[in-house]
Design a protein around this ligand. Structure first.
Ligand code: MN
Length: 734
């Protein structure tokens, strides 16, 4: 056949399913490809353009795709193998056609060098993710199918390599997209080169069986046809076939059986109009032949993930020959044979008959594209299944799967912590990139390392996207910078302790230390400082765990004091018993005293603007309460008159104050998120947040915050009260 004849055959095929196709443009694409590939030959000596023509023929005949896909198939090797550019194609044809061709070329450039099984799923996902427009992968599969059909002209090495790739990558993708016919052909062709002896054995045996079973199959066909007709089931298509070589091969291999032991070599198909008829036919088949127990599968009730639907049953025919029967509707059949492309065709021709809801899988791809017209449907049919992952290559060709947005730092630490720790630079596709470069699908990433590398910088923790990389970087700081960490950790622990009125010296006394370390499960204090220093735990948390011990120290100190400090004259003693703070102490003016120790009562956590009153504690200076606090009730004030003092807020209170809020809300999803949003939008620092739900459906949240005054606190409270579901915001006291 001349090239022109082949082209005319292509047009005829397209016309049979899509008379309105853009034949002028398709012809132009063919002529452009013929001119661009002029002089290039295939391995069998034919002009190169015979290959794109054949791919377009597959795309039309097998998948009934649209004009743009046909043009892309005709042009699919022009960017890769000729002088044509994306720009040229966009100008002459359309940007979409140019994108499709570019997409196919990108997939062609991906080289599969790895043979490791775990890599395969990543490679498949990568191809799908790279395809973006599903038509890219459909054209690529057609390209691969034609290459496999003409594989005999290649060297044995190339045959094996391409067949392996096809078996591991392209056939599973065809399966995932629901295209059974192309999947089978890809598998059978691959098997032919991967295990020529095994393949030959099976095809020879099938030939024998075919002759042997011919009469039997004809008889079964007649019987089913007749009963279906008698029962008034209209428009039924019945046919039988021998199973295809690879499915038999796989059964022999996985179940370790000889060909004669394979249970059912014959499969019948009955295709009817309605789902109800499917179940009617099932009844007929079970009535005619003895069903084999445990072999019935209802994929109509429970479709496979790739949308496949059918009833499967295996029955025993005359002279003990078992066979499988698959029963489905015409529409299910189309989906089974052509997969996602079939669904697309239905929509495209405006024949979206049947139940749209049955295409959950496609719907998931489309998400918000409901009601889009045919044109939009095609453009929105993007493979976004792996939107939160990115797939890149090592220089050796292994695929590494990273979270979307990952950087060379993530990559390096995924390879090995030692690679990350010695990284001095990174290359992507041969070019040096910044550490915060966002990796893209198909990038080849190389990490430059040096034995004298200084190690990660603390910024890397912010740049890395994967928690794995971040924790490995922290590990490094933990190990390599122990001395620095101890110094930094000790400093922050010391200042945290100071807030509680205790010193490290007291805490680490011979008497206290063993209990403290046991409580914290560190072997030495330095270990604990190091942990704080590298960020493994916060000083605040540690102090929280030591609350009891700290309490004990304070109590002991009080017990050692000769007598309660009851009169103002003795206040000097109080001042000396504990470290004294500077300034208008914490924004509080104590009447008749300067520079005495002041703390805010934990029970009511006053903030500037609140009415307050002071209480002289035993050994810990003045405790400031809100005047409405139950612990400062008039009764109490009367009882210990000498210990209550007038206190007031200083004008220039610049510090921040701890206070506690309690939020009562109806428990619902996201309530904590809403609360923290309010806190961050009012620039309120949160010291701790404790939420619990009650059995009767309320969420109680206790938040310890830092505010600068009463006014800011009121704003926070007001904003919290506005959150939907929040019923009450209170300041606990007492
Ligand atoms: Mn090609």
């Amino acid at each position: 056949m001349t090239m022109e004849e082949r082209y005319e055959q292509l047009e005829a095929t397209i016309r049979s399913y899509n008379p309105g196709a853009n034949f002028q443009q398709i012809r132009a694409a063919y002529e452009y490809a013929a001119a661009a590939h002029e002089g290039q030959k295939r391995k069998d000596g034919s002009p190169f353009v015979s290959h794109p023509l054949a791919v377009a023929q597959i795309v039309a005949e097998e998948l009934h795709l649209d004009s743009e896909s046909i043009m892309a198939a005709l042009l699919h090797d022009t960017i890769e193998d000729t002088a044509a550019t994306h720009e040229d194609l966009a100008k002459i044809f359309s940007p979409t056609v140019a994108d499709l061709v570019e997409g196919v070329s990108k997939l062609t450039r991906v080289h599969f060098t790895s043979k490791v099984q775990e890599q395969m799923e990543n490679l498949r996902k990568m191809l799908l993710a790279m395809s973006k427009d599903i038509r890219v992968i459909l054209v690529k599969i057609a390209d691969r199918l034609h290459n496999m059909r003409t594989m005999e002209y290649q060297t044995p090495e190339k045959q094996k390599q391409k067949s392996f790739e096809t078996m591991e990558i392209y056939a599973p993708i065809a399966h995932r997209l629901g295209m059974q016919r192309m999947k089978w052909e890809l598998e059978d062709l691959s098997l032919k080169y991967l295990d020529p002896v095994g393949y030959q054995e099976i095809t020879d045996a099938l030939e024998v069986k075919e002759a042997e079973y011919k009469d039997f199959m004809e008889q079964v066909n007649q019987q089913i046809r007749q009963r279906v007709k008698e029962d008034g089931i209209g428009d039924a298509v019945v046919y039988g076939r021998l199973k295809h070589p690879y499915s038999i091969y796989r059964k022999m291999y996985t179940q370790n059986k000889s060909l004669n032991e394979i249970f059912d070599l014959i499969a019948f198909r009955v295709i009817v109009d309605t789902v109800a008829d499917c179940y009617n036919v099932l009844g007929i088949v079970h009535d005619l032949y003895k069903p084999i127990l445990g072999r019935f599968k209802d994929y109509i009730g429970t479709p496979k993930p790739n949308m496949y639907q059918s009833l499967h049953t295996t029955v025993m025919g005359a002279s003990g020959i078992p066979f499988e029967v698959q029963i489905r509707t015409h529409e299910m059949h189309e989906i089974a044979e052509y997969g996602i492309a079939a669904h697309w065709k239905y929509k495209q021709n405006g024949q979206g008959k049947g139940d749209e809801n049955s295409y959950e899988w496609v719907r998931r791809l489309l998400e918000n594209q409901d009601g889009a017209d045919a044109e939009e449907f095609i453009h929105s049919l993007k493979v976004d299944m792996f939107a939160d992952e990115v797939f890149v290559f090592t220089p050796r060709g292994d695929v590494i799967n990273l979270p979307a947005g990952a950087t060379p730092i993530d990559y390096a630490y995924t390879i090995h912590s030692a690679v990350g720790n010695h990284m001095v630079g990174a290359k992507v596709n041969g070019r040096i990139v910044q550490y915060d470069y966002q990796l893209r699908n198909g990038d080849v990433v190389e990490v430059l390392t040096s034995q004298s590398a200084r190690g990660p910088s603390r910024d890397w923790i912010k740049i890395a996207r994967s928690s794995e990389a971040r924790s490995k970087i922290r590990q490094w700081f933990k190990r390599e910078r122990r001395d620095e960490n101890i110094v930094a950790g000790r400093a922050s622990f010391e200042s945290e302790l100071k807030r509680c009125g205790v010193t490290i010296k007291e805490l680490a006394s011979d008497e206290n230390l063993p209990a403290v370390l046991k409580k914290l499960s560190y072997n030495t204090l330095d270990d604990m400082y190091a942990a704080i220093g590298y960020g493994g735990i916060t000083a605040l948390k540690i102090v929280g765990r030591l609350r009891e011990e700290i309490q004990k120290i304070i109590q002991r100190r009080q017990a050692e004091l000769p007598q309660p400090v009851a009169e103002p004259a003795k206040q000097e003693a109080a001042k000396q018993a504990a470290p004294v703070r500077q300034r208008a102490v914490q924004g509080i003016i104590v009447e008749g005293m300067a520079n005495c120790l002041v703390k805010f009562a934990k029970c009511c956590t006053p903030v500037p603007g609140d009415d307050i009153v002071g209480f002289i504690t035993k050994g810990y200076g003045i405790s400031v309460h809100r005047s409405d606090c139950p612990n400062a009730s008039p009764e109490r004030r009367a009882k210990e008159e000498g210990r209550w003092l007038k206190v007031s807020w200083a004008e220039s209170a610049q510090e921040t104050y701890h206070t506690t809020l309690q939020v009562t809300a109806k428990d619902r999803m996201g309530i904590i998120v809403d609360i923290s949003t309010v806190l961050s939008s009012t620039k309120t620092r949160v010291c701790s947040l404790n939420a619990r739900t009650t059995p009767d459906g309320f969420a109680l949240t206790e938040i310890e915050i830092e505010v600068s005054d009463h006014q800011q606190l009121q704003t926070v409270i007001r904003r919290l009260e506005q959150i939907s579901g929040v019923m009450r915001v209170t300041r606990p006291a007492g």
